[in-house]
Design a protein around this ligand. Structure first.
Ligand code: MRU
Length: 342
């Protein structure tokens, strides 16, 4: 996996040796972003299968269930993690021998990853139809190829529009406290030579009020059946500002992000992360060494919810691999029931 902790300063591939290492990579956000966490979970189950050295099927099932529990305990909010692990687990636990189960684990983890990448490419195609030439788009956090297997969700339409020679400009929310906008989204857009500027999270309202933002596209970590959407902390504020300023607000997400067990946003678990993410900041010094610097008084503590829930009433539409759907129970039920593959 690409080590996202080191970007934009270093591009390194992190090689996870076993499923415990993979679980740690998810927890510490070497890999992050809902679809990417999902695919990583799928491969974590495959690693666990390959690490099993015996041929006793019952012991194998027990081993897989233990790995599943550990991988699912890494981060609570992104539905893709649970969707992907359940997918591979269900495929391999029906086997009659361990050798077949191991082969199936690798096969279905790879199939899951390819399927999810294709969903994100298709989201890009549908989202591209919303984008006109010379439009300004605001995005929050990183919902790009780094956060997925490929293409991205919110960044996928922007990529496809750019590939189709449309002139787009992106306002990139820095996305405190971990700065996924500054360090990851800006990096992806720079790699693609897509025009963009990083803005302070608090400046989004300023640019919307000035009429500089044609619409907002963000990703999602979990979507409830009534259309409420959990995404990176700060997304809710952007949605309220967009409504106040009549700026269309789109969410882009594949099937794996929809949670049939969450009736409303109230049912979505919100991750609380370490206060250090607010009290310290990372960057490179004059010797290009990545440094951790304290920016808060020693006496101060911090509260750090990692996600918030945007109620459906603030969302213009959800861009899925099936096209744009309304954030409403009926359309969402039809979408999840009419699933196209797994
Ligand atoms: O804490 P992170 O960086 O994993 O949060 C990621 C987000 O909130 C993304 O917007 C979301 O996962 C969608 S990624 C396509």
């Amino acid at each position: 996996m690409i080590n996202q902790q080191l970007l934009p300063h270093k591009f390194e591939i992190y090689r996870s040796k076993n499923y415990l290492d993979t679980a740690n990579a998810i927890k510490t956000m070497i890999v992050r972003g809902a679809p990417a966490i999902g695919a990583t979970g799928a491969f974590g189950i495959a690693q666990a299968a390959l690490e099993f050295k015996d041929d006793n099927l019952d012991d194998f099932k027990e081993h897989i269930e233990k790995a599943e529990k550990i991988l699912k305990s890494t981060r609570p909010t992104a539905n893709d993690l649970f969707y992907a692990i359940d997918f591979v687990r269900n495929k391999i636990l029906n086997n009659f021998n361990v050798e077949n189960a191991k082969k199936d684990a690798v096969k279905f983890a790879n199939e899951y990853a390819d399927w999810n990448a294709e969903l994100c490419r298709t989201i890009g195609e549908h989202g591209n139809n919303l984008i006109k030439n010379n439009q300004n788009i605001l995005t929050h956090c990183n919902a790009g190829a780094l956060a997925c297997v490929d293409f991205g969700t919110a960044l996928s339409p922007i990529r496809i529009a750019h590939y189709n020679k449309k002139n787009v400009f992106v306002y990139v929310d820095e996305t405190r406290p971990r700065n996924q906008g500054t360090s990851l989204t800006a990096w992806e857009l720079a790699q693609e030579k897509i025009s963009h500027s990083i803005i302070a999270d608090n400046a989004a309202g300023f640019f919307m009020k000035k009429g500089k933002v044609d619409f907002v596209i963000v990703g999602a970590d979990r979507i409830a059946m009534n259309g409420d959407v959990a995404n990176k902390i700060g997304t809710y504020e952007k949605a309220v500002l967009a409504k106040e300023n009549n700026v269309p607000f789109y969410v882009a997400a594949p099937l794996s992000t929809f949670d049939i067990n969450s009736k409303t946003g109230e049912d979505i678990p919100i991750e609380e992360r370490s206060e250090d993410e607010l009290l310290y900041i990372y960057g490179i010094d004059e010797n290009k060494t990545i440094k951790k610097i304290r920016i808060a008084p020693e006496e101060s503590s911090a509260k750090n919810p990692a996600f918030d829930v945007t109620p459906a009433r603030y969302i213009t539409g959800i861009i899925t691999e099936k096209g744009v759907i309304k954030p409403a129970r009926e359309e969402i039920m039809k979408f999840v029931e009419n699933k196209n593959a797994y």
